[in-house]
Design a protein around this ligand. Structure first.
Ligand SMILES: [Zn+2]
Length: 162
């Protein structure tokens, strides 16, 4: 990995810094973990926490393996990302077309809506900003903006209802 690439990675990672990625108090972390694990059990999903960046979370690689890898559940954003990964399996909506590289943004929107609805708390403004970032990718494709707008609307509704 050369220096330029490290700079790019650092710049990308800095976009993700904010209150929603800061550690939460222990009792909140315990509550979030308990919720994630009970949802995982409810939907027959094996959920493993690892020390990975929030954008490195992984859903199932194939339809049969009902397991996900999620970031350590110590921040609001990690919690929401974990709900999102479980949502892919709960709704049976994959991230990619069968070619394995083409994102299905309508599915991403439906899964985020599920995660926002499932969350114990409405998303913070900073978390909403970070969720918006997940739709900023360098692969032009019809439906991305519409998908992002759907998710932003659901976040706003949930925040307004609190
Ligand atoms: Zn997804």
């Amino acid at each position: 990995m050369n220096d330029n690439w490290s700079d790019v990675v650092a710049a990308f990672e800095s976009l993700w810094e904010g209150p929603s990625t800061e550690p939460v108090p222990d009792e909140q972390e315990a509550r979030m973990r308990c919720h994630v694990m009970s949802l995982a059990e409810e939907h027959d999903v094996r959920c493993r926490e690892e020390d990975i960046h929030v954008f490195a979370a992984e859903g199932p690689l194939d339809a049969e393996s009902r397991s996900v890898i999620v970031p350590r559940l110590s921040s609001e954003l990690a919690y929401l990302v974990a709900l999102h990964e479980i949502g892919h399996l709960a709704l049976r909506l994959p991230s990619y077309e069968e070619d394995g590289t083409t994102r299905i943004f309508a599915n991403e929107a439906s899964v985020w809506e599920w995660a926002i609805d499932a969350s114990l708390l409405p998303p913070s403004e900073d978390a909403v900003d970070k969720i918006r970032l997940t739709f900023v990718v360098d692969e032009p494709r019809d439906g991305r903006a519409a998908a992002r707008d759907r998710v932003m609307r659901r976040c706003a509704e949930r925040r307004a209802a609190q």
